[in-house]
Design a protein around this ligand. Structure first.
Ligand SMILES: Cc1cc2nc3c(=O)[nH]c(=O)nc-3n(C[C@H](O)[C@H](O)[C@H](O)COP(=O)(O)OP(=O)(O)OC[C@H]3O[C@@H](n4cnc5c(N)ncnc54)[C@H](O)[C@@H]3O)c2cc1C
Length: 419
């Protein structure tokens, strides 16, 4: 597909990686259309990457070894037990994950885009459509642009997916993911035993109907941030109107939601872990209501889907950014190998579609096991925890292994820079 024109809609993790993939796959004219003006605003929150998935993505040239990261090794599970600060230890599971800060990860990918790629910020796309010899991108400013292939990397409310599969709609799962991340220096204010939270520990603090996942991430400047996600089912009287996909950014949570957060952290979590979450300032808290879906295919004619635009699996899977980067490796291989655009689209779809479905299903199983049908944690010990996790996980936690052509195609870590 040498010399082709590829339009990428969305310039976040999936979009920057797709542009890099298109370049390595042989396209010469690549334009990224991003709704936001300037550099994307960093929320300072983190993500985890399974060690084995990192190794594949680094070898494929989509993750840089120099990016700041923290190595975790185990998950320690606690549940509230009277006034014990840390709670009762439920058990321990391995956690071979590296943690990253979203901001440096995005900036690194953005800086790796080849200088020939045009990154157009402040360029919201209204819609896209296929044409006789490719696809057309219609911008909100009224201009239209032709491409051989359009890659939809425009997130869970994707306009490209809307054009390709208008019936696919994210389904609300019935619970919320609260998120926060703050400088680790604030931890000094916490009352608790010395050495309560070793750096290599990811903590699962579980309670009936939800849990908190807590781990450190790099701050990007040599220090750490305490990063957490809290899953709760909101009280029914809180009519949040979440059937239409939405998120609640920092600074937009009302009084009732803050009261729900205070109740969960003060009464359901063990005191130390509840206290840790409460160190997050109200204006730093944000909520991602849980939605999931997967598009029936990753390609429709000349329209391709990647990242969250194609599949959103609930974050229990620990695989959102990994899947977006893996999608890019498959796009690169499909473009490099295909004899024509239809072949490239079909190869990409065949390689990534089944992964999307399996990750969405994994997210549903873990959501059921840990939130919607969580066990009576007071009676759960190591053996039950092993059985619970084995029953839900099926070996895909952290993302499916990258295989075949996408992996063997690894071009190394060529690096170009652009401001
Ligand atoms: C600013 C920002 C900060 C984030 N911070 C974190 C974080 O701290 N931790 C974490 O785990 N995850 C974070 N995420 C989410 C995470 O990036 C994704 O869930 C995952 O990496 C998959 O990314 P994605 O690129 O598929 O989708 P997204 O990251 O959702 O990106 C979609 C992009 O498409 C753009 N877009 C949407 N519609 C249009 C349109 N019509 N025209 C043009 N552009 C459009 C959006 O502005 C956005 O940049 C963040 C996302 C964003 C956008």
């Amino acid at each position: 597909m040498h010399g082709g024109t590829i339009a990428v809609v969305g310039g976040s993790i999936a979009g920057c990686a797709a542009a890099l993939a298109a370049h390595r796959g042989g396209a010469t004219h690549i334009t990224v259309y991003e709704r936001a003006a300037g550099r994307l605003a960093d929320r300072g929150a983190g993500l985890g990457v399974h060690n084995a998935r990192y190794a594949e993505l680094a070898s494929a040239g989509y993750m840089d070894a120099d990016m700041p990261w923290i190595q975790l090794s185990r998950r320690r599970w606690y549940t509230r037990d009277g006034g014990t600060p840390l709670g009762r230890p439920v058990g321990e599971l391995p956690f071979p994950f590296r943690t990253y800060n979203w901001g440096p990860l995005w900036r690194e990918l953005r800086d790796r885009m080849p200088p020939t790629t045009v990154f157009r910020g402040d360029s919201p796309v209204r819609t896209v459509e296929t044409s006789a010899d490719g696809a057309v991108v219609h911008l909100e400013d009224g201009t239209t642009h032709h491409a051989d292939l359009v890659v939809g990397a425009d997130g869970y409310r994707s306009a490209v997916r809307g054009a390709a599969f208008p019936d696919v709609r994210p389904a609300y799962a019935g619970y919320l993911a609260w998120r926060g991340a703050f400088p680790a220096e604030r931890l000094a204010a916490l009352d608790g035993p010395a050495g309560a939270w070793p750096v290599e520990d990811c903590v699962f603090a579980v309670f009936p109907g939800g849990h908190a996942v807590i781990y450190r991430i790099p701050d990007g400047y040599g220090g750490h941030r305490a990063n957490w996600v809290l899953y709760t089912v909101p009280p029914p009287e809180l009519d949040l109107g979440l059937d239409t996909p939405t998120s609640l950014p920092p600074g937009t949570l009302g009084e009732a939601l803050h009261a729900h957060f205070a109740q969960v952290t003060g009464e359901l979590l063990p005191p130390y872990w509840g206290g840790l979450l409460q160190l997050t300032r109200p204006e730093e808290l944000f909520i991602q209501p849980m939605y999931d879906f997967t598009a029936p295919r990753y390609a429709a004619g000349r329209l391709l889907l990647t990242g969250d635009a194609a599949t959103v699996a609930r974050p229990h899977t620990g695989s959102g950014a990994v899947k977006a980067l893996q999608d890019a490796t498959a796009l690169e291989a499909a473009c490099a190998d295909a004899g024509n655009w239809a072949e490239a689209a079909a190869a990409y779809d065949a390689s990534r579609g089944p992964i999307g479905s399996s990750m969405m299903e994994l997210g549903r199983r873990l959501g059921d096991a840990l939130v919607l049908r969580s066990p009576d944690w007071r009676t759960v010990g190591q053996t039950d925890l092993d059985a619970l996790w084995a029953g839900a996980d099926a070996g895909a936690f952290g993302g499916r292994a990258l295989s075949g052509r996408a992996l063997s195609k690894a071009p190394g870590t060529e690096r170009t820079t652009q401001g």
